[in-house]
Design a protein around this ligand. Structure first.
Ligand code: HEC
Length: 203
């Protein structure tokens, strides 16, 4: 069985927005390897959730403003991840090195991956292209793991940006709902977190 496959900037999948094709060639881009079918499958499953979330978040922000839409994100994000998990057979969630949801804490593999994403982004790689796929052994069981970075875009700043960029009432609402929130202070293009997927390999 293949074990370690670190894929950075392997493919630009239109994710939260269009791929940034005007960006110069990423510094760390390697020759695009042909991916195994499970990686393509994980990639598709990971890419399916963020557009669905944005589709409910954007109208909510328009209607109630960013502070009013925070509840929508709290309820819908876990629900959509759960629905996608049931549909695809992947365990799907979101994690961050600076998590807002107290449950969105990365495990060791996820932490190392997020740190490598941050390094790649700082070195000039387009964050929308950052992903990692690897088969790891956990307690004697082979597990497929996949992560895809979630870059900070303009629309994210009103709820995750620096204090001057947060929407009206957002800071107050976040203090109420997430007293230990670490998920603000971001600037455009940084990595807010990642979609993370796992699936035990059937024996
Ligand atoms: C209306 C406010 C709002 C906007 C806009 C928003 N988020 Fe969030 N975000 C939240 C809230 C609230 C949570 C916590 C949700 C939960 O409880 O699971 C969250 C959680 C997350 C998480 C999960 C990890 C964690 O820290 O809990 C990621 C990743 C994330 N957001 C990325 C983004 C990205 C990328 C964008 C822009 C495309 C974005 N968010 C836009 C409010 C927002």
């Amino acid at each position: 069985m293949k074990t370690s496959a670190l894929i950075i900037a392997a493919a630009c999948v239109p994710f939260l927005s269009a791929c940034n094709t005007s960006q110069p060639t990423p510094k760390q881009a390697t020759a695009t390897p042909a991916v195994e079918p499970w990686v393509a499958d994980a990639r598709a499953a990971a890419s399916s959730v963020p557009p669905k979330l944005l589709a409910v978040l954007q109208p909510a922000i328009k209607e109630r403003g960013p502070a009013g839409a925070i509840d929508v994100c709290s309820k819908e994000a876990p629900k959509l991840a759960k629905a996608a998990s049931e549909q695809t057979g992947w365990q799907i969630r979101r994690v961050s090195l600076k998590n807002r949801n107290p449950k969105a804490v990365p495990d060791a593999w996820e932490r190392a991956t997020l740190e490598s994403f941050d390094k790649a982004q700082a070195a000039g790689v387009d964050p929308a292209m950052l992903e990692r796929a690897e088969v790891v052994v956990e307690n004697g069981q082979s597990v497929r793991r996949y992560m895809r970075a979630l870059p900070v875009q303009q629309a994210c700043l009103q709820c995750h940006g620096t204090a001057d960029k947060l929407g009206a009432g957002v800071a107050q609402k976040l203090t109420q709902l997430y007293p230990n929130d670490k998920g603000t202070g971001y600037t455009l293009g940084q990595i807010r977190g990642a979609m993370t997927l796992r699936q035990p390999v059937a024996n």
